[in-house]
Design a protein around this ligand. Sequence first.
Ligand SMILES: NC(=O)c1ccc[n+]([C@@H]2O[C@H](COP(=O)([O-])OP(=O)(O)OC[C@H]3O[C@@H](n4cnc5c(N)ncnc54)[C@H](OP(=O)(O)O)[C@@H]3O)[C@@H](O)[C@H]2O)c1
Length: 368
Amino acid sequence: MTSRPASERRTILVTGGTGTLGAELVSRLARGSHASVVVLTRGTARPRPAVPPNVQMLTGDVRCGPTFGLDSSDAATLREHITDIVHCVADTTFNRPLAEARATNVAGTQAVLAFAKECQHLERMACFSTVYVAGRTTGCFAEQDVGGADGFVNSYEQSKAEMEAVVRDAMRELPIAIYRLSTIIGDSRTGEVTGLNAIHHALRLLYQGLAPMVPGQETGLVDLIPVDFAAKASHYLFEHEFSPGATCHLCAGAAGSATLGALLDATMTAFERYRPAWRKRSIARPAIVELETYELFVRSVEEAGNQVLLQATRAVQAFACQLAYPKVFDNRHAGVVLARAGIAAPNVLEYYDRVVRWCVEKNWGTAS
Ligand SMILES: NC(=O)c1ccc[n+]([C@@H]2O[C@H](COP(=O)([O-])OP(=O)(O)OC[C@H]3O[C@@H](n4cnc5c(N)ncnc54)[C@H](OP(=O)(O)O)[C@@H]3O)[C@@H](O)[C@H]2O)c1
């Protein structure tokens, strides 16, 4: 790789730049630098308003190999200009068949890495991962840990761990940092949720009184982060503290997390506050049970054959089982660097109420 002439602008390729994280990152990258930003997606995600003039949208698919299905001369022109890559594309559904999850998360990442190797002016690349590559591990999970020794709770975790192995291999040739995010729950300022995930589906089940129990422990910590922190922290690390070969945890950690019991209490309180009629339904706080008991409940839902309940329970199950493997994510490397810049994840209980309020008042994004 050769450095670009100082007179030339940076061109940053952001794969998945319309997603929950990607959209926030793109606006920061486009705003904060004199760079051109190229966003690569399949173009199926919800359109985002107001694309700044230095952002170009490209339609492609990382599952199509290193040209992403672009015309070969367009791909060559792109390779010629790219100085930075921020790889956000992922299949973030927790319960896909493993082969499908791998097609985007592993093979798709291999395609982006093969593309990167052909970029003569590439200076740095970030690959986004999840702290849940830890899988079924319990206790402390650190930035240098690889995870997966005890297996995984779902195909998403497994495919992201496999993705990391591929990325670490490519680090021998390319300047790459891995940014592992904790679960994004919403915007800490507004409560807005731009991408519903299993947590929000679980909240809806609780609201509907369809989740009599959750697995886990009353005192187990649940690590959640707001999207504004995820974008601000990763943008800062990428732009100002880029460290090739590093793996950084962008998470709430012990200080910013709440216990499962406290989160359930906060959920019930917010339901009552923002939908007073909900109180009349006398829905009890779900019991926190052993994983075996929860799995028995899931089996009984399957046998009962109520399709609505079954689909909802399955969507939540792939995440809920993770609660039975309590862990704390150690973020001392990234945490120290970010603290110097005054960036830290807020404690989830400082903004959680706003997220639940958004879910209730916007009916989980279906109300205008
Ligand atoms: N959100 C979280 O809670 C969370 C937590 C931990 C880690 N992460 C990681 O952070 C990164 C960003 O996550 P996110 O939540 O922003 O994801 P997301 O909201 O699901 O967005 C995925 C993005 O990738 C694009 N995409 C998906 N498949 C594609 C393909 N085959 N080819 C090209 N583009 C494709 C999507 O647009 P189209 O559908 O239009 O293609 C969209 O822009 C991922 O690596 C994820 O694993 C996220």
